[in-house]
Design a protein around this ligand. Structure first.
Ligand code: XLS
Ligand code: NI
Ligand code: NI
Length: 450
């Protein structure tokens, strides 16, 4: 059982000890039932497979505010009367205490989450430098590492019509300067990836928009980032995070397939992979697994923003995902493509507005981590037993030899195939896709004991 610890003055989560693995039979709400960091699943530990990250913006800047009312979540380390940079340091101390207690090996941030924005870029950079020095110390002291950094190019009013896609070149220049600094500090903290989420890189109406120029400009910013990474020797992986809409009506990074087309058009594809967010996939009308399959098939599966939407609401609700079935399907695909490499599962998820206790932050992450761990175990077993993959392989086996192979290898052409159908093959026999049988099999596998 997690025991209450003695309250130390510097302790922000007094009363919470490090969350332990107690197994599926435990009834301790503050313990893991499935996530057992050092347990091996197919030669790698769960910690190595899952590489969990905590999203600073939700867990340490989220207040529960929504368009209908102000924040409800009040943390005792926050203060509006003290100097914002010193408050930011204390908030970061709290964050690292949480990372350790929940047992997350990584964290992720936007520049403006961690340090207050100043009245000039120079002042913002100075604030950021002070916080980065602090973060460096905390990373060293705790062993928690940076999964990725990014720049917030969407909150400040200057970005209301986009950052790199803004009709005003002045705003483009500002965005470029901000990304440069965000890359510098991500490198300074040893970030393993750098994320580009096109916050307002889209349009509200085509009546005032030159779509072609905006897309060209977005590609220019990404090319500049590629050049700058080379210049400073940044070895982290660049990730694009697709999202179809919200905040703008139409965002250019709509989904993985759209982004692949975009990146190939501008010859940028070899420099980028994808950070796939579950809630963005469903907003685009896809499943989470669909986006993983599209990215993985292109060799561009990078990282995951681990959350879930609410299909009844239809916006980016960023909830913690506890849907083991959805996650098992996703994990089956992730394992099939060989895992996430330098990526991880970043909880881009926030507490519901009425979840105001410190304990809720633990429950949310415990639930999320357990759901992914359970999904990992199930997916590994399902993939290893190979019932589904065998079915899929058999379904396509006519391409393994003969004229099927000739189609795949480019040996066959219209004339040869026409001749074959007319002289030998005739009508194809109808073969069932067996969807219902497979759906039943999936349910049986999910709920099978052992
Ligand atoms: C918003 C995005 C954002 C990115 C990082 O919908 O998910 O949080 O992950 O800018
Ligand atoms: Ni995200
Ligand atoms: Ni999102």
């Amino acid at each position: 059982m997690a025991k209450a610890t003695k309250s130390k003055s510097a302790e922000h989560f007094a009363g919470f000890s490090k969350i332990a693995y107690e197994g599926p039979q435990s009834d301790n709400a503050l313990a893991f039932k499935h996530y057992n960091a050092n347990e091996k699943v197919g030669g790698k530990t769960m910690a190595e497979h899952l590489r969990f990250g905590i999203a600073y913006w939700h867990s340490f800047r989220g207040t529960g505010a929504d368009p209908f009312g102000p924040g409800t979540i009040v943390r005792k380390w926050e203060s509006s009367s003290k100097d914002p940079v010193s408050v930011a340091k204390v908030r970061m101390d709290a964050a690292f205490e949480f990372y350790q207690k929940i047992g997350a090996p990584f964290w992720c941030f936007h520049d403006r989450d961690i340090a207050p924005e100043g009245t000039t870029l120079a002042e913002s950079n100075k604030n950021l430098d002070a916080i980065i020095a602090h973060a460096k110390g905390l990373q060293k002291a705790t062993g928690v590492k940076l999964l990725w950094g990014t720049a917030n190019l969407f909150s400040n009013p200057r970005f209301m019509c986009g950052a790199s896609t803004n009709p005003d070149a002045h705003v483009f220049a500002y965005a470029a300067a901000q990304v440069k600094k965000a890359m510098d500090v991500t490198q300074e903290l040893g970030g393993e990836n750098y994320v580009f989420w096109g916050g307002r890189e889209g349009y509200e109406t085509l009546l005032n928009t030159n779509l072609k120029r905006e897309q060209d400009h977005l590609a220019r910013l990404l090319s500049m980032a590629v050049d700058y990474a080379k210049k400073i020797g940044f070895k982290g992986q660049f990730l694009i995070e697709p999202k179809p809409k919200e905040p703008t009506k139409h965002q250019y990074d709509f989904d993985c397939a759209t982004c692949i087309g975009f990146l190939k058009t501008y010859k940028l594809d070899k420099h980028f992979k994808f950070n796939i967010e579950t809630n963005h996939a469903t907003l685009a009308g896809h499943t989470f697994q669909h986006e993983i399959e599209v990215a993985g098939s292109a060799g561009m599966l990078g990282s995951i923003d681990a959350n879930s939407g609410d299909l009844l609401l239809g916006w980016d609700t960023d909830q913690f995902n506890t849907d083991v079935k959805e996650l098992t399907l996703a994990m089956m695909s992730i394992l099939k493509f060989g895992g996430l490499g330098s990526g991880g599962f970043n909880f881009d998820a926030k507490l519901r507005r009425p979840s105001t206790d410190l304990a809720d932050l633990f429950h949310a992450h415990i639930g999320g981590m357990d759901a992914y761990a359970q999904a990992l175990k199930l997916a590994y077993r399902i993939n290893t037993e190979g019932k589904f993959s065998k079915h899929v392989a058999e379904r396509y086996s006519s391409y393994d030899s003969g004229f099927g192979k000739d189609i795949e290898t480019g040996k066959a052409d219209f004339e040869s195939l026409e001749k074959l159908v007319l002289t030998k093959l005739g009508e194809p026999t109808i073969k069932s896709g067996q969807q219902e049988k497979l759906e039943n099999l999936l349910n049986a596998e999910l709920f099978r004991q052992g």
